[in-house]
Design a protein around this ligand. Sequence first.
Ligand code: PLP
Length: 425
Amino acid sequence: MVSTIISSIEGVSVEELATRYGSPLFVVSERQLRQNIQGLFTAFQSRYSDVVYGWSYKTNYSSAIAQILHQEGAWAEVVSKFEYEKARSLGIDGDKIIFNGPYKPKNILQQAVIEGAHIHVDHFDELTLLQEIGTELNHVIPLTLRLNFETGFSESWSRFGFNIENGQALAAAHQIKKSAVLKLQGLHSHIGTFILDTRAYAAQTRIMCAFMEVVEEATGCEINSLDMGGGFVSHHAMQGIKLPENQIVPTMDDYAEAICTPLLRFVTKRLKQGKPQPRLILESGRAMVDDAVHLITRVVATKKLPNGQRAAILDAGVNLFSLGHWYDHKIQLTQKHEGDRNPTNLYGPLCMNTDIIRHQIPLPPLTYNDRLIISPMGAYNHSQSLQFIEYRPNVVMIYKNGSMSTICRAENLKTVTFQENIQSF
Ligand SMILES: Cc1ncc(COP(=O)(O)O)c(C=O)c1O
């Protein structure tokens, strides 16, 4: 999709940004980030009184972005030793870290247990490891079980966590019950990503609440948190979806309504039985950061292909843009161009046939040095970017007060070869 011309980002001209910081360039808006997280808190806290939000670190590894979200009250949601260490290095205490993921090596799991992190168990082997750690430390470890199940509205991510339908989840709860060093107190599920149908969340909530009753009844445990994961959309179009954006993209209020309505019904019943209200945890990633980041790129060459179609080579390719194959990112010009819009193929700078930004996008004739803006770019692009053929570029933040700074410097030969070692003969 090509829409309007965008000559500035957060009031700063694209030309000035590219001249000062180079091209390609990731540009982050502090204002948009804060607006997104505040929007999530408002939508959920206006409906439910005990809400925790964990920033899903893998969505974007920028420390400056994490810092802003933490300032706004986010906990950290991490899925590896690296991410756990990163959250700790940013000053996040263990008790504000949610530790998810299918692989948590023993040393980091042990540290997380000691530091009071919220451990979300993914499989039986991890339960065995936690039993070992609890025994060695002589420490009772509070646990959350990651669950998977069919909502009927989105494909189940059944490779993560314990399945409810086949009895595995209840079996895990019984195993925890038998342990002297493990204690079940939370339930979690992350049903997928870019979920457009909010009925999936209503179903997820009903299934989690029903399972909570079952597991409490069967094992005598007391569940004090329900973590609904992430998956809320950003303002984007997934390839293959042709409806207008405003018809299909739910708002944060829509998601909050879908989750909080069945949750409140369940909690009201629970409170009448004298049971406590569980905490609601959310782990939205892309919806927090995607639209807060733009990528400035430059045309480094134009061509006519043998079939007569136009082509342009950009200085940013799939090395920076890993989600280009899944989503139709907005591609905007920075100034008015004369000439007919004709199908144009946009390629990246890599000497690889697969480095394709977009096939046949209607564009006016481009020329050398024209700039294009690709967005939204904040979710999973920089964190999955590759140092492959090209160096990774600068990432700059535009702050609310109008100031700017580089929040991640471009790579160079020294930084890229820093870890290498050549044997001297
Ligand atoms: C456990 C968990 N929580 C949260 C997220 C964030 O998801 P999203 O960016 O779709 O909101 C993910 C992403 O895969 C995840 O695996």
